[in-house]
Design a protein around this ligand. Structure first.
Ligand SMILES: [Zn+2]
Length: 220
């Protein structure tokens, strides 16, 4: 099922023309090494054969892990809250229970893969992240630019987030109790159970969490 597209590319440094093979669609069963390539960044790296100039390419990637029943669609800078791809919906009609997400950045792609393959609820993680980000913002006096969950450890009662703060996006690690996630999970199960099964690829991010929390507070 992996799909490779050849594209013409001109080196921005030496103007050498060449073609590059972009892996736009992949699944973990037929492309077992692809997960590592995403996490070490090599999937997106391009190097000019003539002058050695290296850069990161931006192109959409559809990552499927059908064994663990999820798909993550990376569309650079996507802002829409939901993407419905009729062709894919048809192709995977028998897999209606599959969780489908769309993400705007490579960091978010990695976070979703990490969460969904671990069987965690990314909805509950987003709700937790929003709450923890508010605490971090108050204690540091800086805006939280973005944040990613890096570890969930039930046994040690911890959940960790890497935040990026202020205008210079300074990295800031915050660990809190797993109970925060557990509480969010309770809210998700009670109020947002249907969200997981929705048609299309959902953009479960900070905006979703803000909106969800607003709805939760008005129903409480
Ligand atoms: Zn070059």
């Amino acid at each position: 099922m992996s799909e490779i597209i050849s594209k013409a590319i001109t080196c921005p440094k030496c103007n050498q023309k060449s073609t590059v093979d972009l892996m736009c669609s992949m699944n973990t069963e037929s492309d077992p090494g692809v997960r590592e390539k995403i996490f070490n960044g090599s999937l997106f790296r391009w190097k000019c054969k003539k002058c050695g100039f290296s850069t990161r390419l931006q192109f959409p990637v559809l990552y499927s892990d059908l064994k663990r029943q999820f798909m993550v669609y990376y569309i650079p800078n996507v802002e829409r809250s939901c993407i419905v791809d009729e062709k894919l919906e048809k192709e995977f009609a028998e897999l209606s229970d599959i969780r489908k997400r769309v993400v705007p950045t490579i960091n978010a792609l990695k976070e979703k893969i990490f969460l969904l393959e671990g069987g965690h609820s990314d909805l509950a993680v987003e709700l937790s992240k929003l709450a923890v980000a508010e605490v971090v913002s108050k204690s540091t006096g800086q805006n939280v630019y973005e944040g990613y969950c890096t570890e969930i450890n039930k046994e040690e009662n911890s959940i960790s987030f890497q935040f990026f703060l202020g205008g210079d996006h300074r990295s800031y690690l915050q660990t809190t109790r797993y109970d925060v996630y557990k509480r969010s999970l309770g809210i998700v199960r009670q109020y947002f159970n249907e969200t997981d099964k929705k048609k299309g690829f959902l953009n479960i991010n900070r905006s979703w969490a803000r909106e969800a929390l607003k709805r939760y507070k008005t129903t409480e």
